[in-house]
Design a protein around this ligand. Sequence first.
Ligand SMILES: Cc1cc2nc3c(=O)[nH]c(=O)nc-3n(C[C@H](O)[C@H](O)[C@H](O)COP(=O)(O)OP(=O)(O)OC[C@H]3O[C@@H](n4cnc5c(N)ncnc54)[C@H](O)[C@@H]3O)c2cc1C
Length: 317
Amino acid sequence: MAGRGFAGLAIAYYLKTFFPTSKVVLFDPNPLKESASGAASGLLEPIGGRLAARSLRATEAMAETLELLKAVSRDSKKEVYKACGVIHPPIDEKQRQLFEKKVLDHPEYFGWTDEKELLVKEGVNVFSSDYLEGLFSLLLKLGVEFIPEKVVLDPDVKKIFLAVGDQIETFLPGRFRFTRGQAMQVRQKPTLFRLPKVHKGYVALDSDPEVVHVGSTYERLNLHLPPNEMLAIKELKERNKEIFPELEGLLPETVKAGTRVYSKDESRLPQALFLGGNCYALTGLGSKGLLYHALYAKELVLEENIKLFIVGNSKTM
Ligand SMILES: Cc1cc2nc3c(=O)[nH]c(=O)nc-3n(C[C@H](O)[C@H](O)[C@H](O)COP(=O)(O)OP(=O)(O)OC[C@H]3O[C@@H](n4cnc5c(N)ncnc54)[C@H](O)[C@@H]3O)c2cc1C
């Protein structure tokens, strides 16, 4: 098992859940939160984009993620998420009309706040850092062995699962698209935001009520260079000035960066792949890792909905 981002941790969890006597060894050479998952702001919604369209497989994906969040919260005796809904102030008149129609057509999913903003009722704010810590600690209790090194592709191991984030490029070169994301963590007293808010950018909550996560950049160029924090801060302030004008005068405590991996497949859904031999991969979670990681990890472990990867001239196998 390689990678302890959302995908890798979830795979290890389901391996231990469905095959409790199996030996599960988790490899990752990097610190727990130094991954795209460590940078994730924590928005979990069944919708996406300016049209707020329901994502493919959203209902089952939300259900699986919530189960996992509950299991981690139970074990760590700490709520690692807040099922509070997510607010979407309309960006323009066209979007306002679209949102109003959504509320009329689907009152079970959407509400309308006194401030004339869309409330996505199923929306959840995950405290990503607490979730990663809690899930990793639960895995150790379930008997998963951790080795802080790169995975070894040992042909004698029964199954190897790669959930290596942007490092999938070294295994399957040229198959995926990448964008870097940066989000900043800002300390704000008293807390202005009681609910997470998505507009041109977004503001997400933290388990520390005085901290909010402000995101996010979508950088396609210079991914080989280190992230430029100053540029990101400028962009994030500009992008969020309508929902968070106070931000202009604030300095971020931290800026977190990670690389999102997208499938080139039209559906943009994650990819659960059988690579041949004893090797499997889960990748392409894009900007919706929280929505999809549990569902796809569970299916990969149970060998459902797996695509056979045609190796072609890939160097890996
Ligand atoms: C700024 C930002 C904000 C985001 N906000 C959200 C959000 O609010 N909601 C949401 O749903 N998604 C969000 N995302 C997207 C989300 O973070 C990703 O979809 C998700 O983290 C991908 O998880 P992963 O496990 O596939 O990869 P990663 O989290 O990147 O984990 C991969 C792991 O593999 C390890 N690894 C690499 N190579 C090896 C190797 N050879 N052997 C062993 N281990 C290896 C790495 O060290 C790493 O720990 C955000 C992303 C960014 C960048």
